[in-house]
Design a protein around this ligand. Structure first.
Ligand code: GCU
Length: 662
């Protein structure tokens, strides 16, 4: 059945004419027998058998047209590959050459992608620009998933390690196909249990499945584990007993899992414990864990998402305030994992001010693949453009061209340890991600973590061809729809740089009126600051001055409301309702118009999709149609609720031609 289980690895037969061109170049598969090469060969066989409708033999001697996996090419970068025509023992063959087994595996997936997207036969060489390409699961040990909208966890901790779901192999294949080489198994809001011996056995069983696909496992570590599991009185990172506990824990983990990746840590944020509880700073905390992992080659991903009531004047400033002072103090096997924006995965945020602010620190980017604030499991919102917008953002940290991409790929400050993480949207739904189009966010994450300079439109195009159909009559309108969808959602949820207008807790529907929660920064009203006179969060000198956390040239682009990209307007400025925006409309009229446009665009997506019926299997066509009708209805809900609420503040009439909220 076409239930989406195969993701983009669908391998349905290509048209006869294209197959006829390719078949002479794919008669057999040759390669070594290491576990990773065995995966590469099995995937090639699976793919070629399906795509070319043949039974591809795996052979040991060169034959005409064989695809040959060759490793040990020291001219190539680690995990890179080259695909090209060669003659081997007198036989014309296609060689996938690589330095490492993993590079050969990526080359195999690339060759299959070429066929899936009907590319012309040409030489290709490619290599990942970022070293750690990591998926963070916010999965709890009881099977629930924090901010998960696609069923429960794919990790069945109860039955592990005895029962290992074969689905985990398909999961690993999918991750490897997009270049992911690390998976954090448990929620950042971690429980100490995951570090106990029984759970480490379970983790080892998962590591065994992932290893042949070039994927390392990581765990979120709970800061107070030495107290909760070790019976110590403290978790002070400078206490020798605490250090000894973590050293012994690391030894225990590596004895079981020699290629264990390391720890992800959320400390002193949203009530989680951390070194701050003992008067120590983030570097002291991270370095203690880093020292325990270092002898084994492990790393620490220390999150910069810190969020407490102490900086309530402007929550957006807190991370910079806490981390900038410890610049230069982190061990070399620590990465600071920074969300794309300073608040929390909003439909649109300016890039996080920590990017470029700590050149001596390994900085990695964290994006959310699961769509906590973007319509969750039901709205079609392709996040490729959002990720791309962050990666291409210029921090001006070292002059023009200091993009976030160049910071996280290490080019700007010559870091070797680089990374990008995505918070998973995978659950045990049959199609993995709930909404069929949410698979594209997962796919785009992997492709951008491999190449942060890639185009989200090109990625969407490949994904559409691989997942649905390569018919141009389908590809063009669907890719256009995907590319517009993020802007559409920003319009109906949070236009003009508004943020965090979602209802509290679940973050799904609108809640701009919520203003009575205990902590100021929990309230949507705190972010919009709408009153009878105007709207917006003043982050200039007259307000919180968060703007000053950016390099001067970056800050300059947002300092003057008259000369800025208005998609960030109310993020940085509080303006009167009658303020004139670039379109010539008043701010009030513009805001209302944007909500209205967003709702109309969402409704329009239904028409676009309806016309695609001839190209899609009935099952996925119907599922996407149903979700689009929910989205259209809810976009209108967002529009109506937001306009009605803000009108209760502004007291102004709606612009002509705009229907009153229902
Ligand atoms: C968001 C999210 C939480 C999550 C947190 C984090 O605030 O709502 O569920 O724990 O981010 O990234 O740590």
């Amino acid at each position: 059945a076409e239930d989406g289980y195969d993701l983009w690895l669908r391998y349905h037969p290509v048209e006869a004419a294209y197959a006829a061109q390719y078949k002479p170049h794919a008669t057999a598969i040759i390669g070594g027998d290491t576990p990773i090469l065995a995966s590469a060969k099995s995937e090639l066989k699976r793919g070629l058998d399906g795509l070319l409708a043949q039974d591809t033999p795996i052979v040991s001697q060169p034959v005409d047209g064989a695809i040959v996996l060759q490793t040990g090419d020291t001219n190539l970068p680690e995990d890179g590959f080259r695909i090209g025509a060669k003659t081997l023992d007198g036989h014309p063959v296609t060689v996938i050459s690589a330095r490492t087994d993993q590079g050969a595996l990526y080359g195999a997936f690339r060759l299959l992608r070429e066929i899936q997207t009907r590319a012309a036969l040409t030489d290709i060489s490619d290599a990942p620009k970022i070293k750690l390409r990591v998926i963070d699961h916010w999965d709890n040990l009881n099977g629930s998933v924090e901010r998960g909208y696609a069923g429960t966890s794919i990790f069945d901790w109860w039955r592990l390690p005895d029962l290992v779901d074969p689905r985990l192999t398909d999961y690993a294949r999918a991750e490897a196909s997009i270049g992911v080489n690390g998976v954090v198994l448990n929620n950042v809001n971690a429980k100490a249990d995951s570090l106990t011996a029984p759970y480490l056995q379970k983790t080892e069983a998962i590591a065994k499945v992932f290893r042949p696909w070039g994927i390392k496992v990581y765990l979120s570590a709970r800061w107070t584990a030495p107290i909760e599991l070790g019976g110590l009185k403290t978790a002070d990172p400078l206490d020798p007993a605490v250090q000894a506990w973590w050293n012994a824990k690391a030894d225990e983990i590596y004895a079981l899992i020699p290629d264990f990746g390391g720890f992800l840590v959320k400390a002193n944020s949203e009530g989680e414990p951390g070194p701050g509880d003992y008067g120590r700073n983030h570097a002291q905390g991270a370095n203690m864990l880093a020292a325990a992992l270092k002898p084994h080659g492990g790393i620490v991903m220390w999150r910069a998402f810190v969020y407490s009531e102490h900086d309530a004047n402007d929550r957006a400033k807190q991370a910079y305030n806490e981390f900038k002072p410890v610049e230069g103090q982190f061990a070399d096997n620590v990465l600071l994992q920074i969300k794309n924006g300073a608040i929390d995965f909003q439909p649109r945020e300016p890039f996080h001010p920590l990017f470029g602010a700590m050149p001596k620190t390994n900085e990695m980017l964290e994006v959310q693949i699961t769509k906590e604030y973007l319509g969750q499991g039901t709205h079609l919102v392709y996040q490729g453009p959002l990720y791309e917008e962050t990666l291409k953002a210029d921090t001006y940290a070292e002059g023009k061209g200091s993009t976030v991409a160049k910071i996280i790929d290490g080019a700007l400050d010559h870091h070797a340890l680089t990374g990008m993480a995505g918070v998973s949207n995978v659950g045990d739904d049959r199609n993995w991600t709930g909404h069929d189009f949410s698979q594209a966010d997962w796919y785009a994450f992997g492709r951008l973590a491999w190449d942060p300079d890639a185009s989200s439109r090109d990625i969407a195009t490949d994904w559409v061809k691989m997942t649905f159909s390569d018919d141009p009559a389908f590809v063009k309108p669907v890719v256009d729809m995907m590319m517009a969808s993020r802007e559409t959602a920003a319009n109906y949820m949070t236009p003009l740089g508004l943020a965090h207008q979602m209802a509290t807790g679940h973050h799904y529907g609108p809640g701009p009126w919520v203003c009575d929660l205990a902590r100021p920064e929990w309230n949507p009203c705190y972010y919009a600051k709408a009153d009878a006179k105007g709207i917006g969060f003043d982050r200039t000198k007259t307000g919180s001055d968060a703007l000053a956390q950016y390099a001067p040239a970056a800050a300059k682009q947002w300092a003057d409301p008259k000369r800025m990209d208005e998609r960030y307007l109310l993020w940085f400025h509080h303006l009167p309702w009658d303020y004139k925006v670039k379109s010539g409309r008043t701010l009030w009229n513009e805001l209302v118009t944007d909500y209205d446009i967003g709702a109309k665009q969402a409704a329009q997506m239904q028409q676009t999709w309806a016309a695609m019926k001839p190209y899609v299997d009935p099952e996925r066509f119907a599922a996407v149609s149903a979700n689009l009708s929910i989205q259209a209805r809810e976009a209108k809900w967002w529009r109506d609720a937001s306009i009605a609420y803000f009108q209760s503040k502004s007291g102004l009439p709606l612009p002509t031609g705009i229907a009153p909220p229902e």
